[in-house]
Design a protein around this ligand. Structure first.
Ligand code: DQA
Length: 145
């Protein structure tokens, strides 16, 4: 089983950016934990982070036909990107939207999620555990074959 974990803009600053919202664990530490999870559960996990919307679109398109599930934290693009929504719809790969913070309790402009319409599930406010809950969900769901 192959899974893709996609992180959008500024998530490479985890541990530095607004720790009261996003915690003190670094992005590198999250990446390490995701690799350990892959090894422990015998799944392949590709990880990709970009600050650029088009790069994320390219990565979603490249997953077509070779990936069983996508965990996506689109970060700020959650609230703006029709392009990411369309890319997820185009490839029809089961996807889970993850937010580290509880976006439902934050500013009005964070209440819209464009990608949500293309995701089977949304996990918000569980901190970094949300990534692993999303992976558990996709593993339980099985391959996309
Ligand atoms: C976020 C929430 C977004 O509103 C914000 O722009 C982010 C991170 C989260 O993980 O809580 O960059 O996606």
């Amino acid at each position: 089983m192959k899974l893709l974990v996609l992180n959008g803009p500024n998530l490479n600053m985890l541990g530095i950016r607004e720790p009261e919202l996003y915690g003190s664990e670094s992005f590198a530490a999250l990446c390490r934990r995701l690799s350990e999870y892959a090894e422990e559960h015998g799944v392949e996990i590709e990880q990709y982070q970009s600050n650029h919307e088009g790069d994320l679109v390219d990565k979603i398109q490249a997953a077509y036909g070779n990936t069983d599930g996508i965990v996506i934290n689109p970060a700020a693009y959650t609230h703006t990107s029709v392009a990411l929504l369309d890319a997820l719809k185009a490839v029809s790969i089961p996807a889970v939207e993850v937010h580290i913070s509880d976006v439902a309790r934050r500013e009005d402009f964070r209440q819209v999620s464009y990608v949500r319409a293309a995701c089977e599930k949304t996990i918000c406010g569980h901190g970094l555990d949300g990534y692993f809950e999303a992976l558990d969900y996709l593993r339980a769901r099985g391959t996309n074959a």
